[in-house]
Design a protein around this ligand. Structure first.
Ligand code: FAD
Length: 493
């Protein structure tokens, strides 16, 4: 049974997944009104707070998102941390569908002694947030007083961290990097950055563009990779094009001369971190990281998914090595967490995989058969929770670039549209249509007001945006991000 009121959809999170889902929904479902909830007063998630400041072209997606937000069928509700400021259950009576696109708010830990130290040990996530002006990490104050940085992890985020540590600050100043960060980087004494991975070059997860950029950094040399680390020539020549290119680039290294370069970096393979150690004379100074040497599974050393195990000496002891470090960054992946109150909607967050359980098309599924059963090709049954969907990193896990997040969010939006099309009074949505108030944000607003919240609208964001751009222009940069929530809200007074 169709009603003649608009379909109301809530999207939780305003990163690429949220915006691409909104874009697709608004295009395909003409009677849909989308309310996008965001915990920060400002939109765009990791497009604003993750993507490196010296990659402005990647942030062009924000222009597309702005077009989406200009639709009269779109409302932005910022500065509302769902599950904390406002219970998720407050949304439920007023919507036909809810899409969770709230990304990954934490990062994976290594679980090694010393990792929790308050000094000189940082997560890449916090460091990235700090240089990008994320309020949560405004006060990180990373320790850049020594010469040796060690980064554990070999993905693109690790290379972003290495590049920011080694880049010329005058070049960075022209980007939208936070002022306090570039001032601190100008005083940095870091001369050497080691990017360490537990597996080999074939298993590293950085990509060609990011590697090439590192190899071409002015004034920064690259330590040649020992020949025996590479797979044999016949293996390399049989690799798919992109991987072969990556191996060739690694083998070629950098043309920057170590003698005339003031800084250097290296990629160190087959090393797993064991523990962090502080100097006995200066207890607050990190001195080194102890690593165990690994070896690739001898039965399958040349596969991208090859496993490793610790290497042992002839004495039977583990082969270990100490690497000097004055600051340490872990960069082994982001992690999504359950929002408080998901369980009130019947959602059992999958804490092991760090995702909202779903059918791959975006429908939230229940492990305990609370929803509508659906037969899978393998004969097993899963249950959909009607009206609940997910997209982006909280659906797939925290991997993939903006383009893959877009494809994924489109799939989810298409699923919502499909379910809306075939809805009947009894199935598919949060409620039989007549049971939802259909009020959307107008209904939720009352609860937000009762709790004294100060939601930001798209117009509010435009004022913050204008203030940031204006102040940036005076400094010769595209924008000067406001680093505290209070400062953002002050623009709106
Ligand atoms: P996010 O972008 O994380 O968006 C989630 C949003 O939900 C955030 O705005 C968050 O504040 C909000 N939220 C969280 N909790 C709540 C809540 N309780 N209530 C309301 N809102 C909430 N991709 C590229 O293509 N190129 C790059 O150069 C690139 N660089 C990257 C660099 C880094 C350091 C990282 C981490 C990622 C990078 N990516 C890059 C990947 C890209 O950022 C992701 O693919 C994409 O942002 C994932 O989108 P998402 O919407 O799922 O998550």
């Amino acid at each position: 049974a169709q009603t003649d009121r608009p379909v109301r959809v809530a999207i939780v999170g305003s990163g690429p997944a949220g915006f691409y889902a909104a874009y697709r929904l608004l295009a395909k479902q003409e009677d849909a009104i989308v309310d996008m909830y965001e915990k920060l007063p400002v939109p765009f998630g990791l497009a604003r707070y993750g993507v490196a400041p010296d990659h402005p072209e990647v942030k062009n997606c924000e222009d597309k998102f702005t077009e989406v937000a200009e639709s009269p069928r779109f409302n932005f509700v910022g500065n509302v941390d769902l599950g904390h400021d406002l219970p998720l259950a407050a949304l439920k009576p007023h919507y036909d569908a809810i899409i969770f696109a709230y990304g990954a708010a934490k990062d994976k830990e290594l679980g090694i002694p010393g990792e929790q130290a308050l000094h000189s040990v940082h997560s890449a996530r916090a460091f990235v947030g700090w240089y990008n002006g994320l309020p949560e990490h405004r006060d990180l104050d990373p320790d850049l007083s020594g010469e040796n940085a060690v980064i554990v992890g070999q993905g693109n985020v690790a290379l972003d961290v290495a590049r920011i540590l080694l880049s010329d600050v005058d070049t960075l100043r022209k980007t939208d990097i936070a002022d306090y960060a570039v001032d601190k980087l100008a005083r940095s004494r870091i001369k050497r950055v080691r990017v360490v991975g537990r597996r080999g070059p074939l298993q590293a997860s950085f990509t060609i563009k990011e590697l090439r950029e590192m190899l071409q950094l002015p004034g920064v040399s690259f330590d040649p990779i020992p020949q025996d680390i590479f797979p044999p020539e016949e293996v390399v020549s049989a690799l798919p094009r992109a991987q072969k290119r990556l191996m060739q680039l690694l083998a070629k290294g950098s043309t920057n001369d170590p003698l005339t370069s003031s800084k250097s970096w290296s990629l160190d393979f087959l090393l797993a971190p064991d523990s962090l150690h502080w100097s006995p004379e200066y207890p607050y100074h990190l001195s080194h990281v102890k690593f165990s040497r690994n070896e690739l599974d001898p039965s399958d050393p040349h596969s991208p998914s090859s496993k490793v195990s610790p290497k042992h000496l002839s004495s039977g002891k583990r082969a270990q090595v100490n690497i000097p470090a004055s600051v340490f960054f872990r960069s082994v992946g982001y992690k999504s967490l359950p929002l408080p109150g998901l369980e009130d909607l019947g959602i059992d967050f999958d804490t092991r995989r760090g995702v909202i359980p779903n059918d791959g098309f975006g429908r939230v599924t229940s492990l305990s058969n609370k929803g509508e059963p659906e037969g899978l090709p393998d004969g097993s049954l899963i249950s959909h929770l009607p009206g609940l969907y997910c997209a982006g990193w909280v659906k797939r896990g925290p991997t993939g670039v903006i383009a893959s997040t877009m494809t994924d969010a489109f799939t989810t939006a298409d699923t919502v549209v499909q379910d809306l099309t075939k809805r009947t009074a009894a199935t598919s949505l949060l409620h039989a249509p007549d049971n939802s108030t259909g009020l959307g944000w107008d209904g939720v607003k009352i609860e937000a007001q009762r709790r004294g919240l100060r939601p930001t609208s798209w117009k509010d964001w435009q004022r913050i945006d204008a203030a940031e751009r204006e102040s940036g222009q005076a400094k010769g940069k595209p924008r000067d991000k406001l680093g505290r929530i209070g400062e953002m809200l002050k623009v709106l007074d």
